[in-house]
Design a protein around this ligand. Structure first.
Ligand code: GLN
Length: 483
């Protein structure tokens, strides 16, 4: 039962082959049995899950339908869940029970999805390996000595290990696409503003976006359908109609213009990954796509710009966790300053503290113009590169990451080495564009992802291309041994 995709589950539930309650119990047992190896969950919500599953079965018996009605999922632990711990992977929020549901959580619950639990993540979504979580590192089911990627590493490891069919995640600089690539999943970061950020604990507000992580594009379409849409509680949410993502999956790729940026194939890219990307290009050509070389000349400036803007926004967003308004409070403070210092010093881990310091520095008087303003200008140049490219092509294709998943601990002493791994994903966040990663093969037994980028609000196009590719390849169907 656990091998079923979200689409297969939807069909099985509709045909009354099994109930949501039966399926939910199977998956909960599987999580209890296998997750100790992976550490992909921070909280399990067994009682809520059974209750939601029973309610979904009743709704279905009463004639309701819908692909998410009774479908088991989990939420990255930065989506607020009413009455349930919402930790953001941090000691700071270990005792925080959200007083309300995030819009994404509420929408999926209304569609009938069943919440199995809250997944592990890098602390405050800062990281690319899921090693900065206060709840411990998450292991990659493809090789337990390797990282699953981050920051949505818990969602990725759980779905990859078939503990559940799909999960929510968020992407500020790659945190949906990179763990998807590292664990052989399909993950979609929507256009900025497509999915509400209300109740999604902020890391860098102008970059953060929620989206689906699942095994195949078909499943991402189902989950995104339940997540997307205008929300008056989020002033950056965009009031655009939500198309039927499943309806466009079968559009032909005949004549699709795919741009391949020449800058993507530079020295930093593992040549074995480069070869797999070339294979995926050939596959798409067979399906009728036309390939064109393009250029994104400002790509080289994107990492420094991102690692100024994201920490700057984080330093402001995280100021509310001071032991007074929110978060961990130290014992016996001697005065207010001592309370702030020790609460924040005890509550935040080293990576979060590093970013708060970098961000506060970049925003401080005298440095603002030199760092933050300059980074914002680069951000515009990066966007302009994409706008120029999309005048010539429909989709941009390249690797999701320059290397496969690294060994646990390998980059712990060198944060910049980890930042450099984000080179292919962060440009989409800087520009606000949608991006998708899908399985493209293996290197040394570890999965590799190919990334597709599209113009604003063309999530449907990305899912369509990925689905057509997945109808003709079987990388995404491979299962890690032992799971
Ligand atoms: N690896 C990037 C960072 O550490 C992206 C994280 C994310 O997308 N949340 O900031």
């Amino acid at each position: 039962m656990h091998q079923m995709t979200l689409a297969e589950i939807a069909r099985g539930l509709a045909d009354k082959k099994f109930s949501s309650e039966e399926l939910t119990k199977v998956l909960l047992a599987r999580i209890t049995q296998l997750d100790p190896q992976l550490n992909s969950f921070i909280s399990l919500t067994e009682e809520l899950a059974i209750e939601q599953a029973k309610a979904a079965d009743v709704r279905r018996a009463n004639g309701e339908s819908g692909a998410l009605l009774g479908a088991p999922i989990a939420h990255k632990d930065l989506f607020c869940t009413q009455g349930i711990r919402t930790s953001c992977g941090s000691k700071m929020l270990d005792n925080f029970k959200a007083p309300y549901d995030a819009t994404v959580v509420a929408k999926l619950a209304a569609a009938g999805a069943v919440t199995l639990g809250k997944t592990n993540m890098d602390e405050f979504a800062m990281g690319s390996a899921n090693e900065s979580s206060w709840y411990g590192a998450v292991k990659n089911p493809w090789n337990l000595e390797h990282v699953p990627g981050g920051s949505s590493g818990g969602s990725a490891a759980a779905v990859a290990a078939r503990l559940l069919p799909a999960a929510t995640a968020t992407d500020t600089g790659g945190s949906i696409r990179q763990p998807a690539a590292f664990t052989n999943l399909t993950g979609l970061k929507p256009t900025y503003g497509r999915v509400s950020r209300w109740g999604m604990i902020a890391y860098a507000s102008s970059l953060d976006q929620g989206g689906p992580l699942a095994r195949a594009a078909e499943d991402c379409a189902i989950l995104l359908q339940g997540m997307a849409g205008f929300d008056q509680n989020d002033s950056t949410s965009i009031d655009e109609p939500v198309p039927d993502y499943s309806a466009s999956l079968n559009t032909s790729l005949q004549g699709l213009r795919i741009g391949v940026p020449k800058e993507y194939f530079s020295a930093g890219l593992d040549p074995r990954i480069a070869e797999l990307i070339q294979n995926s290009i050939k596959e798409l050509q067979k399906l009728g796509a036309v390939i064109k070389e393009i250029s994104l000349p400002n790509m080289q400036h994107a990492i420094p710009a991102y690692y100024v803007i994201a920490p700057a926004e984080a330093s402001s967003n995280l100021s509310r966790f001071d032991g007074v308004r929110f978060g961990h409070r130290c014992e016996h403070p001697k005065d207010l300053i001592d309370l702030y210092k020790r609460s924040r010093g005890e509550g935040f881990g080293p990576e979060v503290q590093r970013r708060i310091m970098v961000g506060a520095y970049a925003l401080s008087a005298g440095y603002y113009d030199a760092y933050y303003l300059k980074a914002q200008k680069i951000r515009r140049l990066v966007k302009n590169d994409f706008m120029a490219a999309f005048n010539e092509v429909d989709i941009i294709l390249g690797p999701t990451t320059p290397n496969p998943a690294w060994k646990l601990g390998a980059k712990n002493s060198d944060p910049v080495a980890a930042y450099l791994e984000d080179v292919y994903t962060i440009t989409a966040n800087l520009a606000g564009l949608p991006g998708l990663s899908m399985p493209a093969g293996f290197v040394d037994g570890l999965p590799v992802g190919v990334q597709l980028l599209a113009p604003y609000f063309q999530e449907g196009r990305l899912l369509n291309v990925a689905h057509q590719y997945q109808l003709n390849t079987d990388w995404h169907t491979r299962t890690p041994t032992g799971f």
